[in-house]
Design a protein around this ligand. Structure first.
Ligand code: URA
Length: 293
């Protein structure tokens, strides 16, 4: 058993014992979360056949997992930049933060319309964190961000860099699906009030994970994190969020609507910039994805 796995196991046991001591008797765990606990903590960059450019072909839908539902107290002060935490403290602090988010009812309309709070998914030691707008219907149903059509494209974009979803962390500005009028199946942009109410959870996630790079997916993510509007101009230009380099890029849903090669290449160039910033190896093939032959 590797040292990092043993630390993760110890942290999990400690957290569960803490819950038990506080009277919690039932804990449900998602298949995703179980899988994450079985994975190595650091990114694995290369695959034998090498990363492929992302295509827009759909992939098969996953079964619906049950959400994690725990009750715990916060270990860190909300809104503060945390010092580097050890694995045990970080895991416990993250679990406590998740519990608070899952119990949140600050937006009564969203609390009553949601199926799941979509907290976030991935590696707590991720070097790169992707931030989207808000859960859609699929994410609300499954309790996991970016699992619908746009999410499947995001998974392919991440795969094209040589990373996987398990290497990175994925979250949204809003943790609940923006409610829609009865009978309407579309999505709506979060209101400024909803964003302001929810964003402290994301700030704390970033403070705990301390990624080397943030990627803002689309205008709402850029606006929520930077207070800047105009993703068409912002994309591809490095920004800084509380000292962390942040790359704004187009939302994958935009790429589904506009399938022009030029737009895919723009997003890919943003990913190449992220890979360079992280010191990741970039093959000649990767450099040339979405360039005309
Ligand atoms: N779009 C987002 O911005 N986030 C999701 O989780 C899914 C779609």
């Amino acid at each position: 058993m590797s040292e990092s796995y043993r630390q993760l196991l110890d942290a999990t046991i400690q957290h569960l014992e803490g819950l038990k001591a506080r009277g919690v008797r039932h804990v449900s765990v998602t298949p995703e979360s179980l899988r994450a606990r079985a994975l190595p903590a650091r990114p694995t960059l290369a695959t034998t056949s090498g990363p492929k450019p992302f295509s827009l072909a759909p992939v098969v839908a996953k079964p619906v997992p049950a959400p994690i539902a725990l009750a715990a107290k916060p270990l860190v002060q909300p809104g503060t930049q945390n010092p580097k935490l050890g694995t045990t403290d970080k895991t416990a602090a993250f679990a406590a933060l998740r519990d608070r988010a899952l119990a949140c009812v600050k937006c009564p309309n969203l609390a009553s319309s949601r199926t799941n709070v979509v907290f976030g998914v991935g590696n707590l030691d991720a070097q790169v964190m992707f931030v989207g707008e808000a859960p859609g219907a699929d994410e609300d149903a499954q309790g996991e961000p970016f699992v619908g059509a746009a999410g499947q494209l995001l998974t392919k974009i991440i795969g094209a860099t040589g990373l996987s979803r398990a290497d990175v962390y994925i979250a949204n500005i809003l943790k609940c699906r923006p409610d829609m009028p009865a009978g309407s199946s579309g999505n709506r942009k979060p209101t400024p009030e909803e964003m302001q109410t929810c964003i402290p959870f994301l700030h704390e996630q970033i403070d705990l994970i301390q990624p080397k790079v943030l990627v803002a997916l689309g205008g709402t993510a850029a606006e929520g994190l930077l207070g800047l509007t105009g993703i068409m101009k912002l994309r591809g230009q490095w920004q800084t969020y509380r000292g962390v380099p942040l790359m704004p890029t187009y939302h994958p849903a935009y790429l589904l609507r506009n399938q022009a090669m030029t737009e895919k290449r723009r997003v890919w160039e943003d990913m190449l910039a992220v890979m360079e910033k992280l010191g990741m190896p970039i093959s000649e093939k990767q450099r040339n994805f979405f360039l005309k032959a």
